[in-house]
Ligand binder design. Structure first.
Ligand SMILES: C[S@@+](CC[C@H](N)C(=O)[O-])C[C@H]1O[C@@H](n2cnc3c(N)ncnc32)[C@H](O)[C@@H]1O
Length: 314
């Protein structure tokens, strides 16, 4: 079942990345290609776009777009964590604009067989890269083999789930009877362990988020990806990152802060008159994150938690 994907903050991304004719751009998370298409439309005769996605299904969708823009677009099945190597291979290392639109697309979440959603029953998979060459573990592998302590850590750290202990305990008990294989099994466990929930969200929301992050190594990959992207920005180049939860946003915010502020002088040196500080190589274009307007949130509820931060090489 495919319902399509609506690109988040599409207008704002174009305003901040300001793609120019003849420019060199990277869409690090192609997804359904909405942002890529908008960038391609602005590139003119000589511009180039490299699109990446670690999901082979997104690449199949992207190949249709490559046929429309054969001179301008290249697509590659890879993770953005190795962006530096990918750019060397592409032959462009000074990039005018790079976009990361994190998380998963509606195509992924709405397909029960991908196992991302507790709204549908499907295999407990959650791998973004489910190709044969990927040897990453599925969510079922983690749930069935990790120790109780490891599960608690994942649920606390990646789901900020306050009932991590209770849920991990129940998983370890249940799996002795029957290993977890489906999303419904795990969703039902969450409902059982957190009864009479008065939450606005489904009780399985946080553990599904936590498992997805763990299965895909998302936070580690994000750090590597944005570090590589910052390195690759050419003169006046811009990097935009759209995040969807506080764990992602924290990484983006702290990394951007590190490269746009002078290191603090501490100890006795702080008492000495400071020489004029050298100018910094990067500047923040968004002092506060850009969030969707009310109309966008109503039209596309998935956008509700989106935050866009943008950095530019000065
Ligand atoms: C929210 S969607 C992007 C939607 C896209 N901007 C659009 O307008 O259609 C996120 C995409 O990023 C991909 N993705 C997530 N982590 C990735 C990574 N480390 N490397 C490459 N792609 C990744 C996912 O597979 C998914 O297709």
């Amino acid at each position: 079942m495919e319902t399509g994907h609506i690109s988040v903050l599409a207008k704002e991304v174009l305003t901040f990345l300001a793609p120019k004719p003849g420019g060199i751009y990277v869409d690090a998370t192609f997804g359904a290609g909405g942002h890529s298409r908008a960038i391609l439309n602005a590139l003119g005769e000589n511009g180039k776009l490299l699109a990446l996605d670690r999901d082979p299904d997104a690449i199949i969708r992207g190949e249709k777009l490559v046929k429309l823009y054969p001179e301008h677009m290249t697509i590659k099945h890879t993770s953005f964590q190795t962006l530096g190597d990918t750019l060397i291979e592409w032959g462009e290392e000074q990039i005018d604009g790079i976009l990361f639109d994190l998380g998963i697309s509606s195509f992924q979440i709405d397909q029960p067989e991908r196992g991302f959603s507790f709204r549908f029953d499907g295999p407990l998979d959650m791998r973004m890269d489910h190709s044969l060459s990927s040897n990453s573990k599925t969510a079922a592998d983690l749930v069935n083999t990790m120790s109780e302590r490891e599960l608690i850590d994942i649920f606390f750290k990646y789901g900020e789930e306050s009932r991590a202990r209770k849920i991990a305990r129940a998983i370890v008990c249940d799996r002795e009877e029957k290993p977890f294989t489906t999303t419904a099994q795990l969703a039902q466990l969450a409902q059982r362990v957190i009864p009479n929930h008065k939450r606005a969200i489904h009780p399985a929301t946080k553990i599904f988020q936590a498992l997805r992050i763990a299965v895909n190594g998302e936070l580690d990959q994000l750090q590597k990806g944005i570090d590589a992207a910052i390195n690759a920005l050419g003169n006046k180049g811009r990097l935009g990152v759209i995040s969807f939860h506080s764990l992602e946003d924290r990484i983006v915010k702290q990394t951007f802060k590190k490269v746009t502020s002078h290191p603090q002088v501490t100890g006795p040196a702080a008492l000495l008159p400071q020489a004029k500080l050298p100018s910094l190589p990067f500047r923040l274009l968004t002092k506060k994150p850009v969030i969707p307007c009310v109309e966008e949130m109503q039209h596309n509820p998935r956008s509700r938690s989106a935050k866009l931060r943008v950095l530019a090489r000065a």
